[in-house]
Design a protein around this ligand. Structure first.
Ligand SMILES: Nc1ncnc2c1ncn2[C@@H]1O[C@H](COP(=O)(O)OP(=O)(O)OP(=O)(O)O)[C@@H](O)[C@H]1O
Ligand SMILES: [Mg+2]
Length: 205
């Protein structure tokens, strides 16, 4: 793994920092002379690896640099893409703007050509879904989408799954009141407050 990281980031020294910890895994950022990689450790990352490969060139997902199995876990190494996750204050936008951009980005993901996608079920009404469409998984740079990460659940599926995650994550990060801007920017049909709340509660089920 060290050799793979050095080959990707250049030089002979690795500078590492803990980037992210969640219930399912841990992510480190390893920086070298000419770049950085992210290493994600979790029980099973084969699905994410396979999706990164298929999505490459279709959506702005990170390039897969290596994949290892050690110490009972999978280790997934990706090249760093620039950008700041949408929940982060350094994005510098008010929540309403975040919500709108977040909706526009989702519309473009769902509109992308998913012909031949080997994940999920191809049927009427299904689109290419991210599968965990939360603010930390969407990076922007200079006002534009720069990276989509955490694509282990991406597949042909019901677009409402991503809409539910989007509504949930906006409320989690910014409090209630931003779902409508997100849904309008996406182009969803008008919903009552009750319908929006029902949608939000779908997340994680
Ligand atoms: N290749 C990359 N380039 C830039 N940033 C990255 C990259 N990979 C991961 N990150 C950053 O690390 C964070 C954690 O990565 P990721 O979302 O894959 O981990 P996770 O443990 O699955 O997260 P979650 O808590 O959503 O389950 C991301 O939110 C993103 O900020
Ligand atoms: Mg994530």
């Amino acid at each position: 793994m060290r050799a793979a990281a050095l080959a990707a980031i250049g030089g002979t020294q690795i500078e590492g920092e803990l980037a992210w910890m969640s219930w399912v895994g841990t992510v480190w950022r390893l920086a070298g002379k000419s770049g950085a990689v992210y290493v994600k450790r979790a029980a099973n990352l084969e699905g994410e690896r396979d999706r990164l490969v298929w999505l490459h060139g279709r959506l702005p997902v990170p390039e897969l640099v290596g994949f290892f199995h050690a110490a009972g876990d999978d280790w997934l190494m990706t090249r760093e893409l620039k950008g700041v996750p949408l929940y982060h204050p350094s994005v510098g936008w008010p929540p309403s703007r975040v919500a709108r951009v977040f909706g526009e980005i989702l519309r473009s993901i769902h509109a992308s050509d998913a012909t031949g996608c080997p994940f999920g079920v191809a049927r009427r009404g299904h689109v290419l879904v991210h599968g965990d469409y939360c603010l930390p998984n969407v990076l922007v740079s200079e006002g534009e989408l720069s990276a989509l990460v955490d694509v282990g659940a991406a597949r042909l599926g019901d677009p409402r799954q991503d809409l539910a995650a989007g509504v949930w994550t906006l409320q989690y990060n910014f409090g209630p009141g931003h779902a409508r801007e997100f849904l309008d920017a996406y182009g969803a049909p008008p919903m009552t407050d009750q319908e929006i709340e029902r949608l939000r509660r779908r997340y994680g089920r």
